[in-house]
Every structure is written in structure tokens, then in C-alpha cells.
Design a binder for this molecule. Structure first.
Ligand code: GLN
Length: 470
């Protein structure tokens, strides 16, 4: 990427011409793979033209992402570009403002090429709960993973320098990165402003980068991190120079989560992740198996109660009055709302609205929602205990190889949820975590999950760097 940026700066590559080519390539890829809900051709060309003027005036000295193509998961608002979060209910909605992450990327010279396909509002593990289903770049009969499926897909497929902005509530950056064979980093909760991200679960949502290289992931993370006056949960801690981080794993202590291997994990995944661990060990890391005191499965129940509780309130605003889809107004308001919501939400959204509303209802609140919050605290305490001893924890990212669409159809909702078994823990605890592509099995990528302590993204990048040229 740095070589490319220099060429842009030295006018060896004409940024406007290059952007034209990129858009044409995206259109071609999109016909076959459905990675974009919309390609923002006009915006990208306008941004490229503006950059070209600045380059001619020598006005672009230290722009970290000069001319780099950035795509945004559809739930991340881009001013004037239709943003639906993968939902029919938001068809036609064009935000009046940019998300902070977009604004910061553009300030550093990024060009926004489009909105990537995803599960509706992030509800899913295979990116199939939507009107535009992305296909795996390594095998079109398989899923990209979810919910940031389009983001990971285009990252793997693009021939031009590109980084994706994804979003994770319970694993939606790492899981698709694993299925598509790229790096995907979910930062510490609060590291990146959520302003302009359509909410799924406010206490869980994180925006983060997906890239082909650690260098790209680091550069975008560095760009979008930091406090934002518009978002009160964004953190004020200083931003590290992530892009200066080199591979240096000597002496680092790594805990392998024992329960995350074996039963329920595909053999090919198990084997390839262990090869990744071996690589870290060979590079000088100290590796030990550990057991989490809190069974991993508790994370799923906790996540799906808290996540749906928050989602069910967040979705209340989509009623056909303010945003997106509408219907003819005939009967009472209640009937109108019901009609809009029935016709435009997927089954999965309806399921989550019902589950979340139930868990928050008086009479059930203490038994479900409040209890889940208590278990969440226990989960956080358990991880914090481990990080007194270890620099990072490791597990497979997803227990299976990229799943065939024909198999996904047969899975129950609960089996869909189980895909996140390794990912909901760090997401509930707000811990940074990253998918590292560690190898291929039957031409399909396998991902290893690195989990770090709060605000220790640097260690994950240090470890990930070992795999940079794989
Ligand atoms: N697969 C998880 C879910 O369905 C996570 C989604 C996400 O992180 N946005 O909720």
C-alpha cells in the first residue's frame, strides 16, 4: 500500500483514471459476487478529482490513506449515498451526514467506493439475512460469513489497494474475515466512534478494519481511532502509532483456550489453527493451554439476550414514518406500522424483536436481561484475570470451513447462532480481537482468532505481522 501511495503522490498513477478503473472492476466483480449494495461511483470520482487537484498543488504531504480505496459496510452512513444496513426497510434512505469513521478516512485521502452487503442490521453469521447475498471469493457456492460478508469478500477479491470498514456486535468482523481469508480487527469497544453507525446493540457495536495485510489494517485503525465529541462512549486514550508496529513476538505469552478446540470444531480447522500456533511458538512466543472458568457456551446465551434486547429497542424507529420504506396510509397508525414492518423486515429481525422485547418485559426482565448483564460482568472478570498472565488468547475464529449455501438452508436459527461461539465472549467484554488467516484446507481459508486486553490492539498487530506474507 505504501508503494501505491507514493506512486499516487508522485503522479506515476493518475488518481482519477485509477478510480475509474477500480469502479469498473467493482461493477464486474459485483455482477458475480454481490459484494456491494451500492457502488458510489459519483462520490468516488468527485473525491478522486479533488485529490488530484491537491496532489497537483503538492497539498497532500502526510495523508495516511492517499488514494486508497475504502468500502463501508452498509450500516455505516455515507452522506448522500443510499445506506440500508442490508434492510429493505431502509430502501431509498440517503444519510445527511458521514459517520465519523468515514469522515476521518476521507480526511486522510481515502476514496469511498461503496456500501458493502451485510445481514440486515448485522443480524446473522452468513450474510444471508438480506436482499443481496454475497458469495465466497474462494467458492461461489459458499457463504462469505457474516454479517460483514460483502466487506470481507471484496477485500479478498480486489486487485487494487483497498481496505474495508466493517462492524462487529458479536463477531461480524472476524467471522467473515475468516471465511474469506483476510485480516479483520475488531477494536476495543469505544476505540472508534460509533457516530453514524446504525445501531444494532449500543453496548456492543464496534467499527473496525478488514484488510489483506496487517499494514492496511493498521493504517485504517490508526486513522479512525480516537475520541469524538459526537459520541460519548468513544475513548479519550491516546492513539498508538499502529502503522509502525513490526512483528515481534519473542517472549510474548499466549494462552490457548482449550475448550475452543476438539468437540464441535471441524478437524481441518483444528489442525490448521494449531499450525498457526506452532508458527508463533517457533517465532519465540511462549504458548500454554488454559481453561476459562466460565464455560464458553454461556457467552452465547448472554450475547443473544443482551444483543436482542438492545436491537429490539433500536429497531422501533423503523416504522415507515421517518426513514426508508413506506406504505399507503389507510387504517390506524398501529396497522400502518405493522404493515410496513411486516413487509420489510426479514424473519430474523422479527425473531430478534420478539426475543428482545420478551427479555426486557417487566416480569421477565430480572430473569433474563438483568441476569445476562450479571453473567456479562463475570465473563469480563474472567478475561481480565487471564490477561494478568497472558498477552493474548487464541482460538479458532469460526469452528467450521466456509459453509455451503445449500447447508445453511438446513440450519436452525440456534445453529446459526452457534457459529459465534468463539466470538461472542470477546465482543461482550469489549476486548480487541483479530482474525488471522493461517492457511487453506481444500482451497478454503481457515482463520485463527487472537484476543487481546483492552486497548492492546498493538499486541494483536505484532502477532499478526508474523503471518503478513502468508
Ligand atoms: N452473528 C452475530 C449475530 O447474529 C454477530 C453479528 C454482528 O456482529 N453484527 O448477532
Amino acid at each position: 500500500m505504501n508503494e501505491y501511495i507514493n506512486k499516487i503522490k508522485n503522479k506515476e498513477i493518475d488518481i482519477v483514471e485509477h478510480t475509474h478503473k477500480v469502479i469498473e472492476e467493482c461493477k464486474k466483480i459485483n455482477k458475480e459476487y454481490n459484494y456491494f449494495n451500492i457502488i458510489s461511483e459519483k462520490l468516488a470520482l468527485a473525491q478522486a478529482t479533488a485529490l488530484k487537484k491537491d496532489i497537483e498543488k503538492n497539498n497532500v504531504k502526510n495523508k495516511k490513506l492517499l488514494g486508497v480505496m475504502v468500502s463501508a459496510k452498509d450500516a455505516i452512513c455515507v452522506k448522500g449515498v443510499e445506506s440500508t444496513a442490508g434492510s429493505k426497510i431502509l430502501k431509498g434512505y440517503k444519510p445527511l451526514f458521514d459517520a465519523t469513521a468515514i469522515k476521518k478516512a476521507v480526511e486522510q485521502g481515502a476514496i469511498i467506493i461503496g456500501k458493502t452487503s451485510q445481514d440486515e442490521f448485522g443480524f446473522g453469521s452468513f450474510a444471508v439475512n438480506t436482499y443481496n447475498i454475497p458469495k465466497n471469493p474462494h467458492d461461489k457456492t459458499r457463504s462469505c460469513g457474516g454479517s460483514s460478508g460483502g466487506a470481507a469478500g471484496i477485500t479478498a477479491k480486489a486487485h487494487f489497494p483497498h481496505i474495508a470498514l466493517g462492524e462487529s456486535t458479536g463477531g461480524s468482523i472476524a467471522a467473515p474475515a475468516s471465511f474469506c481469508g483476510v485480516f479483520g480487527l475488531t477494536p476495543t469497544y469505544g476505540r472508534v466512534s460509533r457516530y453514524g453507525l446504525m445501531d444494532f446493540g449500543n453496548s456492543l457495536d464496534k467499527i473496525g478494519p478488514i484488510g489483506k495485510t496487517i499494514g492496511e489494517v493498521s493504517a485504517l485503525l490508526e486513522t479512525i481511532s480516537g475520541h469524538d465529541d459526537k459520541e460519548s462512549t468513544s475513548l479519550n486514550n491516546p492513539i498508538e502509532k499502529y502503522s509502525n508496529i513490526k512483528a515481534d513476538v519473542k517472549g510474548m505469552k499466549i494462552g490457548i483456550i482449550k475448550e475452543a478446540f476438539g468437540n464441535g470444531v471441524e478437524k481441518a480447522v483444528d489442525k490448521t489453527v494449531w499450525e498457526g500456533i506452532k508458527k508463533l511458538e517457533d517465532a519465540g512466543a511462549k504458548v500454554e493451554e488454559i481453561s476459562l472458568a466460565m464455560p464458553i457456551e454461556y457467552g452465547l446465551a448472554t450475547y443473544y439476550l443482551i444483543g436482542t434486547s438492545e436491537a429490539s429497542t433500536n429497531l422501533a424507529k423503523y416504522c415507515g414514518m421517518r426513514y426508508g420504506a413506506s406504505e399507503d396510509m389507510k387504517d390506524s397508525f398501529n396497522e400502518y406500522f405493522t404493515k410496513v414492518r411486516s413487509n420489510n423486515f426479514t424473519e430474523e429481525s422479527k425473531r430478534r424483536i420478539m426475543l428482545g422485547t420478551f427479555a426486557r418485559m417487566s416480569g421477565y426482565r430480572d430473569a433474563y436481561y438483568i441476569k445476562a448483564l450479571k453473567v456479562r460482568t463475570k465473563i469480563i472478570e474472567e478475561y481480565k484475570k487471564q490477561f494478568k498472565k497472558y498477552d493474548a488468547l487464541v482460538s479458532p475464529t469460526v469452528p467450521v470451513l466456509p459453509t455451503k449455501f445449500s447447508e445453511i438452508e438446513k440450519l436452525s436459527p440456534l445453529q446459526h447462532y452457534m457459529m459465534d461461539v468463539m466470538l461472542v465472549g470477546p465482543n461482550l467484554a469489549g476486548l480487541p480481537h483479530m482474525n488471522v488467516p493461517v492457511g487453506f484446507e481444500n482451497k478454503l481459508p481457515v482463520g485463527m482468532l487472537l484476543i487481546g486486553n483492552h486497548l492492546e490492539e498493538n499486541k494483536l498487530l505484532q502477532l499478526g505481522n508474523e503471518f503478513e506474507n502468508e
